[in-house]
Design a binder for this molecule. Sequence first.
Ligand SMILES: C[S@@+](CC[C@H](N)C(=O)[O-])C[C@H]1O[C@@H](n2cnc3c(N)ncnc32)[C@H](O)[C@@H]1O
Length: 375
Amino acid sequence: MSRGAGGASMAGPVVDKGADFANYFCTYAFLYHQKEMLSDSVRMDAYHASIFKNTKHFKNKIVLDVGTGSGILAIWAAQAGAKKVYAVEATKMAEHARQLAAGNGVQDIVEVIEGSIEDVELPEMVDVIISEWMGYFLIRESMFDSVIKARDRWLKPTGVMYPSHARMWVAPIRSGLGKAKLQDYENVMVDWDSFIQDTNDYYGVNMSVLTKPFQEEQKKYYLQTALWNNLHPSQIIGAPFIAKEFDCLTASLKDAASVHSSFQVELWEGQLKLSGFAGWFDVQFKGRAEDPADQIIELTTSPSAEKSTHWGQQVFLLQPPLDYECGNIIEGQLDITRAKDNHRLMDLKFTHRLIRSRDANGVLAPFTCSDFYLE
Ligand SMILES: C[S@@+](CC[C@H](N)C(=O)[O-])C[C@H]1O[C@@H](n2cnc3c(N)ncnc32)[C@H](O)[C@@H]1O
């Protein structure tokens, strides 16, 4: 791939650091935002268990926490017996992490370093890299890039990644959200029409040449942007499939830059309306093949009746929804690439068709394409 803005090469995309700080990092400098993550009990329980059920990976070890935020993972690593923890944080939250480590008596073990992991120098290689880098649908925010770079630079050849594996899941769903979004979009366009009329009547300028670009802009916003949602499991209408898997020990920057996955899913009976697709992720803490975890822990963000996470699921709605019959199959291709103007956002495209039956002679619906933006 080329090395233009949004493109990825072996060294990753070229990033305007000032813009990146303003657009991305700034919210992490606020305690209210860190508190949201610290209040996600599914997330907290999984990381806590991954460390304390596998203390052999931490006892007397050198640990690097990439993006320490409040310092929580670094403090747990110290409590689990780490000899030294380098806790790297790009924002001023580093000061709070330092306070928190001292407030919990681990200031001699946890060394908080304020700076971007790409720029900091550590005095030694580490045994473990721990990080909570996952964004919506796993790869939004592109923080995995930073973890990969840290791994390639600072992890000993025998080192362990926490988490060790990650997977992106997709499933066909039903949802009432599409109808509401379509209504919002239509209302906005009705409002635009009266705005055009008023501007012409009162101010003598005809704005109608801007109708098409306005329509495109609003369509993208209301109908083609991925939506955050906490789905109920009953909204899933076909077997979820894995769109991408990462082994965090070996994944490359190129691997992390895009997803290309074909799928074929039989739709379950009893629903008959395909509203779109949902995407979520899980991560596993398995250690490494030669040094496996004593207890494998998994953190999942899948739709659940009992346990939701702050990640929820990302929902991609078809407009209009597709009617189907029992036993129909939806097949197609999912392509995700980095947005051209912001490497932390994704452009996502579903190319799909509904096959009326498994029979090769079944009636085929035409291909439909849906572009979504993980913004
Ligand atoms: C999702 S938060 C996790 C915070 C904390 N580890 C936790 O689990 O509660 C990610 C943190 O990583 C920091 N971060 C992201 N990219 C970074 C980088 N390249 N270098 C240093 N810190 C980074 C962010 O500022 C943010 O505080």
